[in-house]
Write a protein that binds this ligand. Structure first.
Ligand code: ADP
Ligand code: MG
Length: 317
């Protein structure tokens, strides 16, 4: 199977909503009038973002999910994506499930594969997603204001729990690992929530490197600080009390690979946030507050400071 057969068999489909998809020198996109094009790229490298031998169907899902998560964090509606793929060989047994996992999630979000590049090399998957958002309505990291409530969607820490268990660094019962592994392999991009939070959230970010580190980007961009209830956060581990309290705290605060949204909104908007979460059918939990004074303060359920350093993920540290 040559390069062009491979593209035609696994990645070329008729253009749907966009004017031109796979097959020419460029794709053509048509964002609606009055919208901005939201663009984001994420690369998945074997041995770094996924384990060698990872299930190709799940990898296809995850590669797009982590990119859609960035659109969600901006409140953008997915339009299309491109796929740059380096493959050690043209292995149909790998390509078929990979493209199925990828395109199933793409179809679920109406996000068309419109182009890409295919080359031989160590397995590397790089996607660029394009979304649209009404001009001026994108959710940014820079909008948090003192007094805002701080929220997070879904559950936190289970992906890290699964990773630690797979590495043999923690032992958990098989059903607990199976559930946690779903969160590691099949993250759910919070597109519906991002759309529902337009005009409501003052800032948003998606959580890829761990809550505290990613929240730090919002605080820095917004020029504010925050107080975070570490006990409320620890309760967001879906595996719950099957896991020791210190690990629960570490995984939820600084686990990484969560692909949930952290966002802020004024207290006056609490009811509207609740309604947005219900509309998006997504759990949302209030975990703290934005402060005028810089710094990130962790407190327990009684408001007492929580000691400890929770480093989030950094590829070069
Ligand atoms: P060019 O040489 O003009 O850059 P290519 O020969 O690399 O084009 O690709 C041919 C067509 O197939 C282009 O439309 C390109 O966008 C598309 N394409 C290449 N690889 C992929 C892929 N992995 N997924 C989707 N489309 C792809
Ligand atoms: Mg060309």
């Amino acid at each position: 199977m040559g390069e062009f057969d491979l593209i035609a068999r696994f990645f070329k489909r008729p253009a749907q909503r966009q004017p031109l998809g796979v097959g020419d020198d460029c794709a053509l996109l048509a964002p609606a009038p009055g919208t901005h094009l939201a663009v984001s790229t994420d690369m998945l490298v074997e041995g770094r973002h996924f384990l060698p031998g990872a299930d190709p169907r799940r990898l296809g899902h995850k590669a797009l999910a982590v990119n859609l998560s960035d659109l969600a964090a901006c409140g953008a509606r997915p339009l299309a994506f491109t796929l740059a793929l380096a493959l050690p060989e043209a292995d149909e047994a790998w390509l078929a499930p990979f493209s199925e996992g990828l395109l199933a999630l793409a179809d679920a979000h109406g996000c068309e594969l419109v182009g890409g590049d295919t080359t031989r090399g160590p397995l590397n998957i790089c996607l660029t997603v394009f979304g649209e958002v009404p001009a001026g309505q994108a959710l940014l990291r820079s909008g948090a204001r003192a007094g805002d409530d701080l929220y997070v969607s879904g559950t936190l820490g289970d992906a890290r729990l699964a990773l630690q268990a797979l590495r043999g660094e923690v032992t958990v019962p098989a059903p607990v690992l199976a559930a946690a592994r779903e969160r590691l392999d099949k993250p759910t991009p919070r597109i519906a929530l991002g759309l529902a939070l337009r005009g409501l959230a003052t800032s948003a970010i998606d959580l890829s490197d761990g809550l505290l580190g990613d929240l730090g980007h919002v605080l820095h961009a917004s020029g504010v600080g925050a107080t975070v209830d570490a006990d409320a956060v620890a309760n967001l581990l879906a595996a719950g009390t099957a896991i020791a309290p210190d690990l629960r705290r570490a995984y939820t605060l600084a686990g990484g690979d969560d692909y949930e949204l952290a966002f802020t909104a004024p207290p006056a908007a609490r009811e509207a946030v609740r309604a947005a979460a219900a509309q998006a059918d997504t759990r949302v939990t209030r975990i703290g507050q934005i402060e005028a004074a810089h710094g990130l303060h962790l407190v327990d359920a009684h408001g007492q400071p929580v000691p400890g350093h929770f480093a989030s993920f950094d590829h070069f540290v």
